[in-house]
Design a protein around this ligand. Structure first.
Ligand code: TUI
Length: 315
């Protein structure tokens, strides 16, 4: 299976499954587990200072001899220094999020890294392919964390039609059915974040995972739309406070203040009422915590059945 898959061939991986590079919880523990299981593990640089990222990359190199990636969050205040570390460490795959990485593409390609930006629109996908991107991740608004406007179902085929590089589908994918659907829309691989939050290897605080276990289909909300950086999170005390302030026309600085340190509060301190519990709209179907290897194998093993079920409707 996947011998002819363009992404598996491009990156030298066994399964066309990326782990989304999540801030604070996309650590070397998770990334190396995903890479060792045959997918592409990705360290989420988030707001990490450059030397912390370097240590994380070196841990990952020690724990896996398979390809792995780093996701550079372009809104980070350290973005330039982080890119420098990625170059010095010769990270095999670099994904980016929350912005346009165009200016960094040439030097990353020069050292042989594969550059695969996350895009939330056709326009940015086209621009980045012209800049030399090796593939793009089309991420729909169903995702957790920082999001774009367009849903995965319309985004994937429109990006696929617009570019001549492979497309990785993301946003709302957490099982074999989702992966089969992304393939049917023209994607060559998938990226999953939320599904890997609910793995044994993910270091997210137990309270975070417990809250996701209890979540349903309508449990997420989007904060930060009026601030220009929308983020999907589980509804809690923090989001209620946020919307209250927003509807009373509180100044933007006051809203921004609520967000400072809020992700770490949830992921590491376990304060899931006053912190940001970032997770995608598939939260209602994340009902177990499994080892990474089992998550990947269950999805891959379920693919034939998912395709057969779809085909049965055409007979
Ligand atoms: O980056 C993500 N998801 C994230 S990053 C994150 S950490 C964070 N913390 C505080 C504030 C903001 C972020 C949590 N979740 N996903 C990739 C992604 N990129 N989703 C959407 C986009 C995107 C949006 C607009 C990419 C490019 C873009 O274009 C901007 C432009 O300049 O054209």
């Amino acid at each position: 299976m996947f011998e002819n898959n363009v992404i598996c061939k491009l990156l030298n991986i066994k399964y066309p499954i990326f782990q989304g590079g999540m801030a604070w919880i996309g650590t070397a523990e998770l990334a190396s587990a995903v890479s060792n299981a045959g997918g592409l593990g990705i360290i989420g640089a988030g707001h990490m200072p450059p030397e912390v990222l370097r240590a994380e990359i070196q841990k990952c190199k020690g724990w896996t001899d398979k390809p792995f990636g780093v996701n550079v969050m372009l809104m980070s205040p350290y973005v330039k220094e982080v890119m420098q570390v990625v170059l010095e460490e010769r990270v095999p795959v670099v994904t980016t999020g929350a912005g346009n990485p165009g200016e960094y593409v040439p030097e990353l390609k020069e050292i042989g890294s594969k550059v695969i930006p996350v895009v939330a629109s056709v326009a940015l996908a086209k621009r980045l392919v012209r800049s030399g991107a090796d593939a793009v991740i089309a991420e729909g608004t169903e995702s957790g964390g920082h999001i774009g406007e367009i849903a995965t179902m319309p985004l994937i085929p429109q990006v696929v039609d617009a570019v001549d590089v492979p497309v990785i589908g993301a946003g709302g994918i957490g099982d074999s059915r989702g992966m089969a659907a992304a393939f049917a829309l023209g994607a060559s691989a998938v990226q999953m974040g939320s599904r890997f939050v609910m793995s044994e290897e993910c270091i997210a605080h137990p309270n975070y995972k417990k809250m996701v276990l209890k979540a349903r289909d309508r449990s997420t909300v989007v904060t930060g739309r009026t601030l220009g950086h929308p983020a999907r999170v589980l509804q809690n005390k923090l989001t209620r406070k946020f919307f209250e302030l927003e509807s009373s026309n509180a100044p933007a600085e006051e809203l921004e203040k609520l967000g400072v340190g809020s992700l770490h509060r949830a992921t590491h301190e376990g304060d899931v009422e006053n912190g940001s519990v970032m997770i995608g709209q598939i939260s209602g179907m994340l009902n177990d915590i499994k080892p990474v290897k089992q998550i990947i194998e269950d999805i891959v093993n379920g693919l034939p059945q998912a395709f057969q079920a779809a085909e049965a409707n055409c007979k």
